[in-house]
Structures are given as structure tokens and as C-alpha cells.
Design a protein around this ligand. Sequence first.
Ligand code: ADP
Ligand code: ZN
Ligand code: ZN
Length: 693
Amino acid sequence: MPHRLAVVVPTPAHSSVGGPLSYLSELPLAPGTLVRVPLAKREVLGVVWDPSSTVGPQDVSRAERLVAAAFDSVPPLSRTWRQLVTFSATYYQRSLGEIALAALPPQLRELSAKQFARRLKPSAAQPQAATRRDGLALTPEQREVLASFDAAPGPFLLFGATGSGKTEVYLQAVQRLLDRDAQAQALVMVPEINLTPQLQERFVARFGADQVVAMNSAMTPLQRLKSWLAAHGGAARIVLGTRMAVFASMPRLRLLIVDEEHDPSYKQQEGARYSARDLAVYRGKLEGAKVLLGSATPSLESWHAAERGRYRRLLMASRVGQGDSHGAAGAAAAPAFPSVRLVDMNLHPRHTVFSPPLLEAIRQRIGRGEQSLVFLNRRGYAPVLACTACDWKSECPHCSAYRVFHKIDRSLRCHHCGLAERVPRACPECGNVDIAPLGRGTERLEEHLAELLADVRQPNGDAVRIARMDADSTRLKGALEQQLARVHAGDVEVLVGTQMVTKGHDFRRITLVAALNADSALFSSDFRAPERLFSLLMQAAGRAGRDAAQARASEMWVQTWHPRHPLFDALRRHDYPAFAARQLEERAQAGMPPFGFQALVRAEARSQEAAQAFLRAAAAAAAELAAAAHVTLYSAVPMGLQRLANVERAQMLVESASRGALQRFLAAWQPVLHATREKGLLRWAVDVDPLAI
Ligand code: ADP
Ligand code: ZN
Ligand code: ZN
């Protein structure tokens, strides 16, 4: 008598199969077992699900097929892992199969059970005995934070200034956990892949290479499989990863740390649009594990949760002092925060790039043998190339955006669809050979700065070295590490870069940070723009003066057309709480998150009209549902980037004062959306708790 099993399989996002399918198996298989099963004409990886789960609606009439093979050398995925997947699928309105399969290493999908057993003997489930080096002597603030952390269940929000030593708190929180529990595992997440190498180094140095595995999309499929197996088997005690790691299978997970928890990269922007930070909090609850979110500029959602007492706030207000041989530096030795200098650009000629006082300040730093960091959030040479005789501009033929001029290979590249072409010799419209760059990106900034500093010398008489760090300069493997090493070694006087350089790095010799052109965010239609700008500037300021010996004179320069904007007032005082209080007040009045809850439905179609018509039809069909649920549906509007790769995009905002009401409405709306037809519609997706509107 064969056993009937519910199996989660990779269902296409647009089929309405949301749940598991049923299969037959000769042997009873425990929920969580990895299997290969036939699906249509293929054989796919699946996960045996809990027997109580309802099977997909299209499945009833389907002849039940047999499970092809079970990966019996791999222990089943745990109940809490399955609960996490189920919650994510429900909350973010995706199918179980999509979330479950995306959470597994891609190589698992390709190997047959036999190949798998042959290829990789799973590592022994015995956790490695920890061989670890002692941590630093803690500062009083760190000690207090760790004591509070030990004393309560959390979740915790570590509000720690830049340079206050949050990483050491993470290290020692993990250390205490591993000391207490010989099998416990910890998950540490960082927002960006390029922050993982340095963190990994510190964790490996402290805990040994066999204890720590990484999980991010830059790893090879085989590396990812190995990391996954080590975590799943319990041999790896610490997983360091980007947002995808929130789904790592860790049977003894006891601690989750989310560093730079405010960072938008924790929100997945395609497919299942989940927030890894929010899921980490949820997972902590499921697993009975502690959760520690850390930031110098917390997200307003987390800050609000701390104000309400839902999160326990831990505070580290001062920077760690250097030069004290005992490490535990007294407040007197702690480096100060950089002073903020605003340059009113209204007082300078219109096209000024570096105001004279800023340039002078950079020159002085060079003269003193110190480093400066200049950041501009735009890569390439110039954002637009334009004909001087007619109206031609370097528009992307496929997107509603300009192609960016990259001088290094004389290309025009669309940063949205990737289209790259050589710069035309003459204007394609009128034949004029005089086509000129408009505006500037980091590449041009670097060139311009080199000219401005051509006559400046280092104290030893050598010429000034300028380095650029952005997505272009770090594309090659190892390039980022090499560039960072140059900065750390002092082989660079001025570092130019995009926001990539402002995050997380522990630069010791930078005493001046300058933000050019930050203003545009102030008047964006996105209500989160001020929050993002403030944290960007605070984080950037956080790269300056991290060494006590130089900190007194460290400065953060901001060139702005709106120096009286209240945001700068808070920035000048390094007063995140004041900034947050003000923003939260505005949000409360407007019913915006975290006081209201939102979702976006995005539609893509051959024409803008079709995309909007789909949204309107789906909204009309749900009007009563929405009214009953106290959910507001706004008008369908074109997305900010309206056309991408020849696809027209539109969106509709859905809002409610209650998270539960919004969730119930979205669940009820799903079948309506599925049933709504519109000629020319390509796809649609729901984004719950969207970060960009
Ligand atoms: P944050 O992440 O809060 O910006 P970091 O964790 O990078 O700060 O710490 C800033 C610097 O202080 C690092 O160079 C770190 O090694 C050092 N540091 C942290 N804690 C201590 C300590 N207890 N004693 C000495 N140095 C410390
Ligand atoms: Zn022209
Ligand atoms: Zn394009």
C-alpha cells in the first residue's frame, strides 16, 4: 500500500498552484525530506511537506504519480524551516514551491539523488569543537550591552553609533552562545556581498575556518551547496550571509544577527519580495532564538518598535577609543564624531562641482598625509550624452531612461536593461560631431579631481593618488579587495566612489568625507527618501575619523542647495533620535508605515494602457472586498521607471491601517488577480511592505 505524500515542487509563479501536490511513495517519508518527483515531463526537486497541508486546487483530478527518489543521506528539513517557508509564502503572497526551492542551493535541483550521494558525502553531523581566540577587552558600553542582551529574550535593537564597536558585540554574543551550548548555531547577516569578506575574516580569525560558512550569490554553486550542507548538518556553527541566508537550514539555530538592519538590500526586489530583516525576527520567534538587529541609523520601522517596547533597545553612543593598550578605552580617548560642514551651493557659480572651501580642505588633508573620501551616487562618466546642435540625447531605445556614458570603453550603457553600444561618432539625428556629456558620474569626478589636484603634492613630494570604487571598478573578481587594501595601506590620498564606499568599512585614515549632489533625494516623491538620505549621510560620516589620533579634526562635508532643510540640522548634531522622532510624527499624521501598512501590485504589459487596465479591472472586481476590509486601493499609475526593456510597467498602491486586514484582503484578492485577464498583460506581482514607491 503506497503512502500518499504532500510534496512542494517548483511551481511557476503564474500558475495558481500555491500549495503542495500529492505524490505516492512506496516508503513513508518524513516531512522535510528532499525528493525528486515527476512534474509534467520533467523530474524536479521537491520537499515532502506536512501531511495536514492542503494540496493545490489543480491537483485533485491529476493522476497521482510516484516519487522518483529520496535524498535519504540528507536529514529532513526541520519543522521550523517549513513553517518559515509557509509564513513567507503566505505573507508575501507567493507559492510555497517558489519560496521553498529558492531557499535551497541551486545545485540540489540539478543532481539526481544518486549523483548527489556519490558527489558529496554530507559532513558528519557532529559539530566541530570550537577552537577560538579570545575577544577584545570590552568597552564599558559593550559590556553593558552584552549583559542586557544576556538578561532578556529580545528581540533587540542595538542602536550603536558608527565606530562604536558593534561587530565586537556580535562576535562576543556568538562566542557566549557557542560557549554555553556545544551545538548551537548562529546566523549573521550583512546587507551587501562586498561587506562579507572583511566580516568573514574577523569571524574566521576568532572562531576558526571550520566553524564559519558564507552564503551569498557570489559563491559558485558547489561552494553554496557545501555551505548549505555544513549548516544543515550542524557542522558549521556560524553562517555569514546576505539576505538569502535567512532561509539557511540550521537545525540548532539559537541566534540571529542582522547588521546594518536599516539597509534596503535586505528587501528582495524581484521574485518573492521578502524582507530578510523582518523574516529574521519572525524566524527568531519560531526557533526560540535570540534576534539582534544593529544599526547606527535604524529603519524607522525598527526604531518605532523599540519606542513601543516591542524591541529592546541597546545603546552604544560613543566610538571605541584607539591606542589604549587594554582595549577597553575610557571615554576620554574615544574619537569624536566628525563635524558636519554644509556648503550652500547657492553661493557658488551654477556648475560648481567642488566648492572652493571643500577643495581647500581636501588639499590640506593631502598636505597632512590624511585621506579623503568623496562620494557621488552615480557611476559612469556622465548620466547623459547630448548633441549640442539638436535635441538628441542618449536615450535607451528600450527603457524610459538615458544610457550612461562610460568613457573608459567609450560606451553608452543602460543601467536598467544592460544595453551597451559604442558611443556614436556623430549625432545619430543630425550628424553633428559635437556631442557632449551632461552631468557627471564617478568616472568623470575622478578625472576632474585629478585635474584640480594636479599641482598638489603629498608631504613626501609625490603626486596625489586618487582611486575610484564603484560597481564598474569592482566588477572583476578580487578587484574590490585589492582596492580596499590600497586604501587601508594608505596608498591612496583620495577615494572617489558611489555609496558602496560609505557602508560598513572600517577605514582608519580617512579624516574627511564629502557628499556631492545628495540633494535630489530631498524632493523625491518617495516618502522614505529622507530616511534613506539621512542614513546614507550618517553612514558616510561614519567612515571619517575612526582613529582617535586624527578624529578631532575629522569632517563631513555636504554640498547642498537646501542647507536649511531640517534633515541637515539633525545631521549636524549626529542626532538620529531627533530625526527619527520628526519623521515618525509626519508618518503618523499621514498614516504611512510604520503606522499604516502597504502593498503594491505591479503589472507589466506590452502597453502602459494594458498594464493600468489590468490593475483597474482587478481593483474594480475587488471593490467590495476592499471596502469591507477597510483597505484603500489607489489609482493605477506608471512606475517611476515606466518602460524597462520594452515592457511597460504600472503599479497600484494598497493601504490599510491594519496589517491583518491588509493580509486578509491580499489573500482574498489573489484569485481575483489570477482570474483577471487583459490583452497584452505579461505578468503581475504583489510586493508586500514595499520599500520604494
Ligand atoms: P561599528 O560596526 O559599530 O561601526 P566596528 O565594530 O567596526 O564599529 O568597530 C570600530 C573599531 O573599533 C574597529 O576597528 C574595532 O576593531 C575596534 N574595536 C571594537 N571594539 C573594541 C574594543 N573593545 N577594544 C578595542 N578596539 C575595539
Ligand atoms: Zn544632433
Ligand atoms: Zn535600457
